[in-house]
Design a binder for this molecule. Structure first.
Ligand SMILES: [Fe+2]
Ligand SMILES: [Fe+2]
Length: 291
């Protein structure tokens, strides 16, 4: 039985009245980027329907993360230069980061630290994918970036219980996931996956989020879930950002084997990753004014 089949989880989520939906503009852009017949012009048109989104896309496209030497002044040009996958990632992450930058934030759960953890996990997931020769490593960036997305939903909509979980994790020295399991009967991986599925996002993203703690439980997405799992673990080892607890989770040995990194390689990568993280602030700046 998949994590998302948890009846309690389904019941609790369906009882939340104002559960966020993916903005129409974002939905349109994602659909367009998935259609090979779409033109850059059509996608630029769709993004320009939302001026604040258009501004964010330009700002991110011009950030050091992409390191493009000439200033990108139009969305159309940004699409041509960065490609559809990057544009899709920027649009989706900009809209989610903006929606969940500060609202209802609790003291124990710092949104800025959360997004740092998420961004780092995205970067590492992408690096690992490149290392093992996965073609679409940009997709893996998104899986890493959104792996703990469910925590934002819990913090925003089931706030008091989530705060109890944060406190329990601190007091008992257990991971947030374990504390959530004991308080809710489910945890953020199922919450995030269920919502992303509701938003009709790619099944691979949904599965990576659903199984990032226990990749071995996934029959169809062991590889991508393993990558995110190992990336999440390495984030905590590197110690940038925080996802609400600082526990080092159990590392799944099979997942680690699949990723095939030696400790030497990890050491080498850590340095590179920290550097890349420092220039990746273009992503964190997406909702800067709200953070
Ligand atoms: Fe997690
Ligand atoms: Fe995490």
């Amino acid at each position: 039985m998949g994590i998302m089949e948890n009846q309690e989880l389904k019941k609790r989520l369906s009882n939340i009245k104002n559960l966020p939906s993916l903005p129409m503009v974002v939905n349109n852009v994602i659909k367009l980027t998935q259609n090979p017949d779409s033109t850059a012009f059509e996608i630029a048109e769709a993004i320009s329907q939302d001026q604040s989104l258009a501004t964010k896309v330009l700002r991110t496209a011009n950030s050091a993360y992409y390191g493009f030497p000439r200033k990108i002044t139009t969305i159309n040009y940004a699409i041509v230069v960065l490609g559809l996958n990057n544009i899709k990632n920027i649009v989706l992450s900009a809209s989610i980061m903006e929606r969940f930058s500060k609202a209802d934030a609790s003291v124990l759960f710092d949104r800025r630290d959360f997004w740092k953890h998420s961004l780092l996990c995205g970067i590492i997931s992408k690096k690992i994918s490149e290392h093992i020769g996965i073609k679409n490593s940009e997709e893996m960036f998104m899986c890493g970036l959104l792996h703990d997305f469910g925590k934002l939903i819990l913090d925003s909509f089931l706030h008091d219980e989530f705060v109890s979980a944060l406190q329990m994790s601190k007091e008992k020295n257990i991971t947030i996931m374990e504390a959530e399991n004991s308080i809710f009967g489910f945890n953020h991986s199922g919450v995030g996956a269920l919502l992303l599925k509701k938003w009709s996002l790619p099944p691979s993203l949904v599965k990576a989020v659903e199984f990032h703690h226990y990749p071995g439980e996934s029959l169809t997405a062991f590889r991508i879930a393993s990558i995110v799992h190992v990336a999440d673990y390495l984030c905590r080892r590197i110690g940038i950002g925080s996802s609400g607890d600082n526990m080092l989770p159990m590392l799944d040995k099979e997942a680690f084997k699949l990723v095939g990194l030696s400790s030497e390689q990890i050491k080498g990568m850590s340095h590179q990753i920290t550097e890349e993280f420092n220039i990746a602030t273009g992503f964190l700046n997406v909702g800067e004014q709200d953070l």
